[in-house]
Write a protein that binds this ligand. Structure first.
Ligand SMILES: [Zn+2]
Length: 333
């Protein structure tokens, strides 16, 4: 890895191709800012435009493999709830912290197993999203209070996507922690059982779509567990669903979609935890907007040696849609 004097003028994605997503996320943020401009959320446009325009990275070395990587050291984030850049850092932060928590959970509950559950409801008009989510949350509470509900702990996240008819598709992704006896005993629930339970909890006349899978892990360290965490703790709103570049046949413009979505999701909770898992996430839920966490929201920091004396600085150049290495260091103070 070169020093910042040697990289001046080079793009982040050239110096570190694995970090090309920084460009993509920041370009999406700029498009969100354009959509907010001139609407009731005009102030968000300014805040997002100032988000992550300057980033400082340090070089991290993996002592086992000798591999060098760039790690974000500092940056300024806007924390606008739907900002694609901030949402991405936040989901990375939750994942990184969850990966750290998992070994503790398995230490305390060595035989526990996990299920990955997706719960849906009939798609709704966007202006009914808020009331639909309230209804789903009440149904979730009823579900967890049912005698058949097998989980001793859970993490639940909300995702809202946009269907081809411009309806909102709100759904829950849940990781459920169960005792191993769930798989062998009389409390085992088939997919049909889950559909029935969720239908009763929702109090609807139709069988809702659900998906249920057992996470194939007994140790908490394998791929199945990782995938379940990544699937659960992802974006609540995919930028690609807002920036749809839709055909003229669509009734709702991307701008109208984003503005209404922002209003509907105002101060709704994206992540909730319960049961025995609550205590592990308590600290995380309390400080989930911590700036340090948004910066250091990456995995495996423990095994890497940070060389913080060598910094690389990048400016966001909007017309190039790239982070470009800057010749000068700057301070955030
Ligand atoms: Zn932001």
């Amino acid at each position: 890895m070169p020093s910042h004097q040697e990289t001046s003028g080079y793009c982040l994605s050239h110096i570190s191709p694995r970090d090309v997503h920084f460009d993509k996320l920041r370009a999406n943020a700029a498009r969100f800012a354009e959509l907010y401009r001139g609407t009731v959320y005009d102030a968000y446009a300014d805040r997002i435009n100032d988000c992550s325009t300057f980033l400082e990275f340090v070089i991290a070395l993996n002592p086992d493999t000798g591999e060098q990587k760039l790690k974000l050291k500092s940056g300024r984030f806007c924390r606008v709830p739907r900002c694609p850049f901030c949402q991405w850092r936040k989901s990375l932060m939750w994942r990184a912290k969850t990966f750290k928590i998992i070994p503790k959970i398995f230490e305390d509950y060595p035989s526990s197993r996990f299920l990955f559950l997706t719960l849906t409801i009939a798609n709704c008009p966007l202006d009914e999203l808020r009331s639909t989510l309230t209804h789903m949350n009440k149904a979730w509470k009823r579900l967890t209070e049912r005698q058949q509900f097998p989980a001793i702990g859970w993490i639940k996240t909300v995702e809202v996507t946009r269907d081809k008819n411009d309806l909102a598709h709100p759904h829950f992704h849940c990781m459920l922690m169960v005792n191993p006896s769930y798989f062998t005993g009389k409390y085992y629930l088939s997919k049909d059982d889950w559909i029935e339970l969720w239908q009763k909890s929702l109090r609807v006349s139709y069988p809702p779509d659900i998906d249920i899978q057992a996470v194939k892990s007994r140790t908490g360290a394998n791929e199945g567990m990782r995938e379940a965490v990544i699937e659960t703790l992802k974006y609540s709103v995919k930028p690609s669903d807002v920036l749809s570049d839709r055909s003229p046949t669509n009734r709702i413009s991307d701008q109208d979609w984003l503005v209404e979505l922002t209003a509907q999701l105002y101060q709704t909770r994206a992540i909730a935890t319960g049961g025995v898992l609550k205590k592990y996430f308590k600290e995380l839920e309390a400080e989930n907007d911590n700036l340090e966490d948004l910066i250091h929201a990456t995995e495996n920091l423990d095994s890497e040696v940070m060389n913080s004396s060598v910094s690389l600085f990048f400016d966001w150049i909007q017309y190039r849609k790239r982070y470009v290495a800057s010749s000068k260091a700057r301070s955030f103070t």
